[in-house]
Design a protein around this ligand. Sequence first.
Ligand code: SF4
Ligand code: SF4
Length: 119
Amino acid sequence: MTEMIQEILKEYNAKMKLSLKVCAHCSLCAESCFMFIKNNKNPIYMPSYKFINSIGKIYKKKGNVDLKMLEDMKPIIWKNCVLCTRCYCPLGIDIPSMISLARTICRMSGVYPQYNEIY
Ligand code: SF4
Ligand code: SF4
């Protein structure tokens, strides 16, 4: 599993590295996310939180992640984000594509919402 994840990380390395490096944690993206607004501005729904705590974690671990870690990020990338692409980052970070990449890695590792999970 790790090798497969590392292959994907290698392909998107430059984009991920730049996104994680330039994120100023300014929270400006939050106001453009309806999930954040709808959930009483709970910080776990902030677009930046979602990409940092999904693909950001996988990247920092250099792909050495276990199934538990991927399972733990499942609600962040499926339940808390619908990939509507409405979030706006003034620094140009493409947050939805980062979250989408985390979904791809989870899916390829066999971690995804089951039909009886309400996501
Ligand atoms: S993703 Fe962009 S808008 Fe959101 S906290 Fe990071 S720098 Fe700010
Ligand atoms: S793509 Fe996800 S993080 Fe961005 S606005 Fe939509 S729900 Fe929020």
